[in-house]
Design a protein around this ligand. Structure first.
Ligand code: HEC
Ligand code: HEC
Length: 293
């Protein structure tokens, strides 16, 4: 009897506390709105949504084939058990900036934290505000299927030591505000180099071939440096068109993963941000394509 009463009190207490907690932590609407823009600019949806099998947004299960095996994007909805509903903003920040899981384990760079690391504190806060507003989904994560020794998370300590310097993006004072904004978008938020920069045998981007064309996912991504074998011959208007709606000068449309980038990311950016990206792309060192097109 006493136990029953105690339980009733407990349930009542929880019922009162729960909405109170939710109210106290409700993210500010303007932060959510800014966060949605960051979310699109960063293309968070694609790798975390199993579009092929009609998966719920951000509930995970999307397969990413790489030379090391298949990675599956985890559930990042605010579900308390299957998603990241119990995370704090500080844990979220650490995941993006340092590639570290709340329990201290290291993420694989198939999660492009090597690019996201440069995101500003303000953008990460806004993104976090938005992430808390997406619908929860109770989908358990699909384990990665990657071979030894790449499946060892501890191995990531050495990898990070070799290839990763975490830290917020620092503008180059020698460049205009527009070019710096473009660099921030291209190299960090929109992580264009994750596909357009080639990788070494350990899966790290080859800095000497920045944006020179690469392949790790399903298809090869072309050279987007200003060299004539890259984007050198494209007019600014044609490039803007491609980023906005995927249309190419020959009337064709970009395919594969770039079609997804246009749909989820560049097609949702403001003209000013797209122009900034293009301004930055004109300043990167031109590299001759290594692959025959
Ligand atoms: C290119 C694909 C890709 C993109 C783009 C991507 N992620 Fe991920 N993400 C992954 C993969 C794969 C993992 C799992 C990494 C691992 O297990 O080491 C992951 C892990 C995570 C985790 C950790 C989840 C957990 O349960 O530990 C969070 C949080 C996360 N991503 C958030 C984001 C956000 C926010 C964005 C956009 C800013 C984003 N991701 C963009 C592929 C991606
Ligand atoms: C997930 C991988 C991926 C990401 C991220 C990505 N791209 Fe692409 N991109 C591709 C692939 C693959 C193609 C080739 C598509 C085709 O041949 O139809 C491509 C094509 C292009 C082209 C056309 C070039 C040509 O010669 O036809 C441009 C321009 C481009 N990307 C710019 C960008 C920019 C700018 C970003 C960052 C906002 C970006 N891409 C992010 C994979 C990616």
């Amino acid at each position: 009897m006493i136990a029953k009463a105690a339980r009733a009190v407990l349930i009542l207490a929880l019922a009162i506390a729960a909405p109170g907690v939710a109210l106290a932590q409700a993210p500010a609407p303007d932060a959510v709105k800014r966060g949605e823009y960051i979310f699109n600019a960063a293309g968070c949806l694609s790798c975390h949504t199993d579009v092929k099998n009609n998966g719920q947004p951000l509930a995970g299960g999307r397969e990413m084939k790489t030379p090391f095996g298949s990675f599956f994007g985890p559930n990042i909805t605010p579900h308390p058990t299957y998603g990241i509903g119990r995370w704090t903003e500080a844990q979220f920040r650490r995941a993006l900036r340092e590639g570290i899981r709340p329990d201290g384990a290291h993420y694989f760079p198939s999660f492009p934290y090597t690019s996201f690391s440069g995101m500003s504190d303000g953008d990460i806060s806004d993104l976090w505000a938005y992430m808390r507003t997406v619908p929860q989904e109770a989908r358990p994560n699909t384990p990665h299927s990657i071979g030894f020794p790449f499946n060892i998370r501890l191995g990531m300590i050495g990898w990070k030591w070799l290839f990763f310097t975490p830290g917020e993006f620092k503008p180059d004072p020698a460049q205009s505000a527009e070019v710096n904004r473009g660099a921030y978008l291209t190299n960090h938020l929109s992580h264009c180099g994750e596909c357009h920069t080639p990788r070494n045998s350990l899966g790290a981007r080859d800095r000497s071939r920045h944006l020179g064309g690469g392949a790790i996912h399903e298809g090869p991504a072309p050279n987007i440096t200003p060299h004539p074998t890259g984007l050198g011959k494209w007019s600014p208007a044609d490039l803007l068109d491609l980023l906005k709606n995927g249309g190419k000068p020959d009337g064709d449309f970009v395919g594969g993963e770039m079609a997804e980038v246009v749909k989820e990311t560049t097609g949702k950016l403001t003209d000013a941000d797209l122009q900034a990206m293009l301004a930055y792309l004109r300043t990167v060192p031109p590299l001759e394509s290594q692959r025959r097109k």
